[in-house]
Design a binder for this molecule. Structure first.
Ligand SMILES: [Zn+2]
Length: 261
């Protein structure tokens, strides 16, 4: 089995109405959603899953800027530096989707190959070209294009791909956004971890039956992907990590205090 270390990188948190993640929640209830990314140290080079929010307020989605909190150590470049890495060291970046709390600092990783769902990419480029304010990452799109980042879109019909020994890219299809990606990682000691990202926002979405978030692009796709992710995690005997679950995240081992291996 491939020797690997998996580091959880804290990137701040969002404070927002609970209805964002659970449509039937009390509209007055607020929730804290942790923002995080993952660095996998691998014999074939380091791989990053997501990149947190941008530190420049002008580059953030207005919703995020209003209710977003990030300490200096939470910046992705500082989290990597604490582990002895510079952005140029990162060989591969998997972007679970292109919302601003996951794709804030992609342009730092000039040497990397970027994996993104093809529908997520084409729809966000379209929203950018149309100057649609709902795009969420419009400001960043201009930077990404001008920097000539190296994108590898994952085709809609490709359900999964082995990126590296022990690291599988999972294609969840549409749901929370136009096209969602995640990872299934097999670590020598910890075993398997399925990183669902925002395809399963938090534990409460699982049900069963699946409970919808307020913030969702494709309701049927969301239900379908939650069900298939839960089934896959069970079949694989994998831990299932949700995208923004405050209680689960609090219990995880985070960098630089520790890592999973
Ligand atoms: Zn998110």
């Amino acid at each position: 089995m491939a020797k690997m270390k998996l580091h959880i990188l804290e990137n701040g948190y969002l404070l927002g109405p609970k209805t964002n993640s659970l449509a039937d929640a009390d509209p007055a209830e607020m929730q804290t959603a942790p923002i995080w990314s993952v660095l996998i140290e691998h014999a074939d080079g380091p791989l990053l899953l997501d990149a947190g929010c941008h530190t420049d307020e002008k580059r953030q989605h207005p919703m995020i800027f209003k209710d977003f909190s990030m300490r200096p150590e939470d910046h992705i470049q500082n989290r990597l530096a604490a582990l002895g890495f510079e952005p140029k060291d990162i060989r591969r970046v998997v972007v679970s989707h292109l919302h601003a709390d996951h794709s804030g600092h992609l342009e730092l990783f000039k040497e990397a190959e970027f994996f993104v769902h093809e529908d997520e990419f084409t729809q966000r480029v379209k929203l950018y070209a149309l100057n649609d304010p709902s795009a969420g990452s419009n400001g960043d799109m201009a930077f990404w294009i001008s920097q000539g980042l190296r994108w590898t879109p994952i085709p809609r019909e490709e359900p999964e791909r082995e990126l590296l020994p022990g690291v599988r890219l999972l294609n969840f299809g549409p749901g929370h956004s136009f096209g969602m990606l995640g990872l299934l990682v097999e670590l020598p000691k910890t075993g398997k971890i399925l990183l669902a990202g925002d395809a399963v926002y938090n534990r409460e979405n699982v049900g069963p039956p699946v409970r919808l978030p307020g913030n969702v692009f494709d309701r049927e796709g969301f239900v379908r992907s939650v069900e298939s992710i839960v089934r896959r995690a069970k079949d694989e005997g994998a831990l299932l990590w949700y995208g923004h679950d405050e209680a689960q995240f609090a219990a995880l081992l985070k960098s630089p205090a520790g890592y999973y291996e």
